[in-house]
Structures are given as C-alpha cells and as structure tokens.
Design a protein around this ligand. Structure first.
Ligand code: GRF
Length: 195
C-alpha cells in the first residue's frame, strides 16, 4: 500500500479524485495527510475523509528556504512513500526537491514541455493553439521541467475561456494522476529509472 502526502493550494479537485479512488479497497494507495501553503479550500475534502491536514504559510517565515524547510519537516513526519503536488502553486527550492526526489510528482494542465509555469492554461489560450494537454511529471529543480510520467492531448475549443479549458483539462489530469499512482504502486513505473 503506497502512502501519499498530497500538497495543494486551491480547491483540490484532483485531491478529491484521489480520495474517492482510495475508497476502493483495490486501489493500492492511501492519502495519509494533506498539506498546503495556506488554509486551502481543498482541506474540506481531507476533513470529509478524516485525513489530517497541515498548512505552512510562507508569510510566517523569513524567506523561501526557511518556509520550505518547515514544509519538508512536516511532509517527512508522515514517512510517506510518495509526495504528490496537485495544484500546489509555490516553487519548491532545490533542497526540498533533493530531499524527496524522485518520490515527488506533480500534475500540470498543459502538454509539457509546452506552457510550463503557473499559467499553463492561460498561456495556451493566448498562444492560440488548437490543442493543449495534461501532464504528470517527476519534480526536478526546474519549472515543470522534470521527466514526464504520463501526458495526454486535449483540444482547445473555439470560444474557450481559461476556466472552460481548465475544466476540460482537470478530469484528464485526475485520470492520468490516478493511473500514474497505480503504476507506481504496482511497480509498472520505477521513478528511479525516470530520473
Ligand atoms: C490543476 O490543474 C493543477 O494541475 C494546477 O492547478 C489546478 C489545481 O486544481 N496546478 P485543483 O486545486 O486540484 O482543483
């Protein structure tokens, strides 16, 4: 049974999908804690499932490194097999990534390496592309630049807004994330081989 710590910043719809999936006794992973860089709305999903939450706000720390050191300490306290960033909107410094790599993965609402960064959906729309995508990657020291675990193309429809396109992307992200966790749990994917 793969134990997971999930880090979010927002509504946590991808987290919700993981929590729902782990209700199936056959699903080989369990979320043991949910963390965030704020009092994230998505904590409501964890609370509904009785899963502990923790938040480490950057504003409480002198700088990014001090904040990340505390976040790492709180993540490590759960001794999870895998840390999943899903809608976590802060860049993590190299020490944090090095401490967890390669057992640190991220979901991104674009077909990486296209449109990395915090506005992948908005950037795809602005670029006028007819298709974008969703990706699950291993986190490295770059911005959404790590080895790709899974990705899938998603059409951009005429008249799409950032919200409508993002809502079309998220279900694909959720499906790719759940499949990636299944593959990691069943050793179909070896993260050490990818990095
Ligand atoms: C997801 O598309 C994630 O990839 C991106 O932000 C979104 C978070 O959505 N970084 P949610 O919080 O899981 O609903």
């Amino acid at each position: 049974m793969l134990s997971l710590v999930v880090l979010i910043s927002g509504g946590g719809s991808n987290l919700r999908a993981l929590l729902d999936a782990s209700q199936d006794a056959e699903f080989p992973a369990r979320v043991v804690a949910v963390g965030a860089d704020r009092d994230a709305d998505g904590f409501a999903h964890a609370e509904e499932y009785g899963i502990p939450t923790f938040s480490v706000a950057m504003s409480n720390f002198a700088d990014r490194d001090a904040w990340a050191a505390e976040l790492l300490a709180q993540v490590r306290a759960w001794n999870a097999d895998l840390v999943v960033l899903s809608g976590f909107m802060k860049l993590l410094p190299p020490d944090f990534v090095a401490a967890l790599s390669p057992n640190l993965i991220n979901t991104h609402p674009a077909y990486l390496p296209e449109f990395p960064g915090a506005h992948g959906v908005r950037d795809a729309l602005a670029a006028g592309v007819t298709e974008t995508g969703a990706s699950v990657i291993v986190v490295d020291n770059g911005v959404d630049s790590g080895p790709i675990i899974a990705q899938e193309r998603i059409p951009v429809e005429p008249g799409d807004t950032e919200a409508s396109l993002h809502e079309r992307i998220k279900p694909v992200e959720r499906r790719l994330l759940i499949q990636a966790i299944l593959d990691i749990a069943n050793s179909a994917i070896d993260l050490k081989e990818l990095t």
